[in-house]
Write a new protein. Sequence first.
Length: 329
Amino acid sequence: MQYLKDIITNATIAIKSVNSLVELDKVRIQYLGRKGELTCCFQNLSLLPPEKRADIAKTINKTKEKMIQIFNLRKAELKQIELLSTLNSEKIDITLPGKRINTGSIHPVTHTIERVECFFTKLGFDIESGPEIEDAFHNFDALNIKPMHPARTDQDTFFFNQNLMLRTHTSGAQIRIMENSQPPFRYIVPGRVYRNDYDKTHTPMFHQLEGILVNENINFLQLKGILNDFVYDFFKGEEKIELRFRPSYFPFTEPSAEIDIKNKNGEWLEILGCGMVHPNVFHSVGINSEKYSGFAFGIGIERLAMLAYGIHDLRSFFENDLRFLKQFK
Ligand code: DAH
């Protein structure tokens, strides 16, 4: 009997001193496990004289019940403590200010291209692309730019060899389109172009957007109408914009014109070249120039962006200065 009393006293002390459920379980095994101290008492019953066994067995059972009760109490306590400590460690202070996520912004050149594309796709133009490394046929010959034309000297063009170069304009894409499609068609081709030039208004890489439309009975008035609408649509947010068509010369169009826009200082700035596709160009791609006519245009994307955003130095587009770029969020 004394032994049983000792067991319950020791067990109670052990149970109270543990601080985690894992430790508690170890104590449980020590007393109540298959080889535990209390379990052994049951096994040793057979060593007692038969008349005492019933009484002692009853006491052992009571001791066991009591011990289980103490265990369960401590278990509930420890569970509560562990829960509180997890709640504490995972606590979220919802009054803290949020962390700002730094997002990028669309580059003004990309944004300008998207706006131009938006206008022309509404008029049924499809978007195409052409290679930035171009051959002499597509960049020059087929566009009626004869071998002695000044645009061919390495002053402007980055040549890889006599036949291969970085394209100096997107007009080569006109040729590729006409080689691969039968009129009627209308396409625009945005892209990078390269020229050996660097100052406030020239960078060795810049962007153009080429347009070409070919069908029967296409005339200059339609060209003028579409480009007029385009310019007014593009600058529709501005109070008043002034635009002029100025006669010009391009080997691949006849007649040719350029559109200038007046900037805030009253200076005229050229934003695009255009004209009626030259019969020689049709000839070089095998389109019958007696049956079909067409117009083409090449828009200077950076020029448009400079006017739209009031930017004075072209180079700022490509220096990746975050202070500049962040203004376009
Ligand atoms: N390719 C010309 C340039 O780089 C721009 C241009 C002018 C494109 C007239 C055209 C056009 O399609 O018809 O300056």
